[in-house]
Design a protein around this ligand. Sequence first.
Ligand SMILES: C[S@@+](CC[C@H](N)C(=O)[O-])C[C@H]1O[C@@H](n2cnc3c(N)ncnc32)[C@H](O)[C@@H]1O
Length: 149
Amino acid sequence: MKCSHPDCTGVHDNTQALLRSSPEGATEYVQADLRDTELILERAADLLDFGQPVAVMLIAVLHLIQDDEDPWGIVARLMDAVPPGSYLAISHPALDVHHAQSTIQKVYDENVSTPQTLRTRDEVARFFYRAGPGGAGTGAGPPVAARPE
Ligand SMILES: C[S@@+](CC[C@H](N)C(=O)[O-])C[C@H]1O[C@@H](n2cnc3c(N)ncnc32)[C@H](O)[C@@H]1O
């Protein structure tokens, strides 16, 4: 990731602890709703150099965006705004790994204010559709498969 600030390493979404810049690089914090992609991109451009590829990391957050809020459109707007060669990393709880998952999720959702939307492998793979034919592909799979011993 290349940033316009000489010491920049990235823009993080979620933790005050990461606000501390260090000799290794600068960080920035944006308080924003993921659905407000315009604001996020505008604020990110204050620090990141969008003339170079960047990494967009949506870690454990897209399941908090429901289908009717169009999470695929959100990801598309973010990836449309970043330069070619940029990376997209997603972690997302699965719907089709454990057969009891949807039942457990229903009970969970009845007890929280923000329901979670678990998704199938195909639904998660659709977030990466911009890779297209001949693209890098999704590499979608459980974390253990992505980190063989
Ligand atoms: C499971 S945590 C993951 C946090 C972080 N990405 C990580 O991996 O440690 C989900 C986070 O998403 C945030 N969140 C929920 N809905 C959001 C939304 N619409 N826009 C931005 N953040 C949201 C929650 O406040 C929470 O901090």
